[in-house]
Design a protein. Structure first.
Length: 423
């Protein structure tokens, strides 16, 4: 009688446990922060999906007024990033993040009572400051609750749950879009506010293992603006971070106007991107989970390489028939997603490695300003890329490759030294 081979089952079980271990942070503050982040991004996904229709159909604003108000709100958030980061260095990032998260719910609920442009603009600015502030302070809190070797992996967990939260929120908000009634849109605003309240409750219960540094160690506001090495990193990272706007603006425009692929393919590409990030982001980030000098610069270089390859593939899709264009665009999105995962991993690692422990908040504020400035310039630049055809994609590929290649030398830190000004 042949014996049953039992080796396959333990192997599959071990693989499943390994996958679960990568997806879920170990018990402790990082897991609590990950749950809080999930609830926050769930609220973001709920509200962002219905916001434009809510502003136009419920509040009664013109599209041009909505555009102006949201643009001003984005600028307000950028201007607030540095002082909010500095405040987190002064009084502790958990305290600042908790206050901002508590404020997010009431700020969004204010949209229910606005009826004209100026109240809308003021409310939008408040929401913009709160949301940008949360994203700025979050990495500073990660640096406080995780060891130097664990920080990038912890940020990867935040990235994964952010993708899941936004996707689930957007999916749930689809019900309001289907019903297309005032009550449905208002319900989404209320549910988003409840999600923010839940996030604040989790954050309030989360223990912090390490006390903030002594007051005497903290730097004055604007110290990060004198660190030229960090500014070089911020500028190059801003270029690489255009991959997000590339997905939102350039790809759908190119797909519809210059390829023979079906329009619905864009939705499939977004789903593909989300799945790849959820499955592989923690694994990709963990590959560089140490403090080796120069490591994160090399990882950013990989990000630039993959993003450059993605641009060349996107451009090539304009030459094929429907089947070829679909296949090439799919390959482009795979390369794009790997570039995105390496880019954010390099960003997280360098943002921690190049910043002093006692000024992480304001350094993250400078980084946020760089990314925000890139997002402001992105629509004009990327529309120009699409308008230039394949030449535009080749030029953009060269920009991504150049930024990635420049990152290791631009961020090289002398052994045994912390961030210093080059002046």
């Amino acid at each position: 009688m042949t014996k049953t081979d039992t080796t396959a089952r333990p192997t599959r079980t071990s693989a499943a446990r390994l996958a679960l271990a990568r997806a879920v942070p170990p018990a402790g503050p990082v897991r609590g922060l990950t749950l809080s982040t999930f609830l926050t991004t769930l609220g973001d996904g709920l509200f962002a999906t219905v916001s434009v229709l809510f502003f136009t159909r419920v509040v009664g604003l013109r599209m041009v007024d909505v555009g102006i108000g949201l643009t001003v709100a984005s600028l307000a958030g950028l201007l607030a990033a540095l002082p909010i980061g500095h405040l987190s260095d002064r009084i502790g990032p958990r305290r600042v993040l908790l206050v901002l998260t508590v404020a997010a719910g009431p700020a969004v609920l204010c949209y229910l009572v606005v009826g004209s442009f100026w109240p809308f603009a003021v409310t939008a600015c408040a929401v913009g400051v709160v949301q940008r502030g949360c994203r700025t302070v979050l990495p500073a809190l990660v640096s406080l609750i995780a060891s130097a070797e664990e920080r990038v992996t912890a940020r990867a967990h935040q990235q994964v749950v952010s993708n899941i939260g936004i996707s689930l929120g957007a999916g749930a908000a689809g019900l309001a879009l289907y019903l297309d009634t005032r009550a449905a849109y208002e319900a989404m605003v209320v549910v988003a506010a409840l999600a923010y309240a839940g996030s604040a409750l989790v954050l309030n219960r989360m223990p912090v293992r390490h006390p903030p540094p002594a007051h005497s160690e903290k730097q004055p506001l604007g110290a990060a603006l004198k660190d030229l090495r960090y500014l070089r990193f911020t500028g190059l990272n801003a270029v690489l971070s255009l991959n997000g706007a590339l997905m939102e603006i350039a790809i759908p425009l190119w797909l519809v106007t210059h390829t023979k692929a079906p329009a619905w393919l864009f939705s499939a590409l977004i789903v593909l991107n989300t799945i790849l990030v959820v499955v592989f982001q923690v694994q990709v980030s963990s590959k560089g989970n140490d403090t080796t000098p120069g490591l994160w610069g090399r990882i950013s270089r990989l990000g630039g390489f993959f993003l450059g390859c993605a641009c060349l593939l996107y451009g090539a899709a304009g030459w094929g028939n429907t089947l070829v264009a679909t296949a090439v665009l799919g390959l482009g999105m795979i390369a794009h997603t790997w570039g995105e995962m390496y880019q954010v991993s390099g960003e997280w690692g360098l943002s921690f490695q190049l910043a002093p422990e006692h000024a992480t908040g304001q350094y993250q504020g400078v980084l946020a300003i760089g990314r925000g400035a890139a997002n402001v310039a992105a629509p004009v630049a990327l529309v120009a890329v699409v308008g230039a055809g394949q030449y535009g994609w080749v030029a953009l590929a060269a920009v991504f490759l150049a930024a990635g290649l420049a990152m290791p030398a631009a961020t090289r830190l002398p052994a045994g030294k912390g961030p210093v000004s080059d002046t």
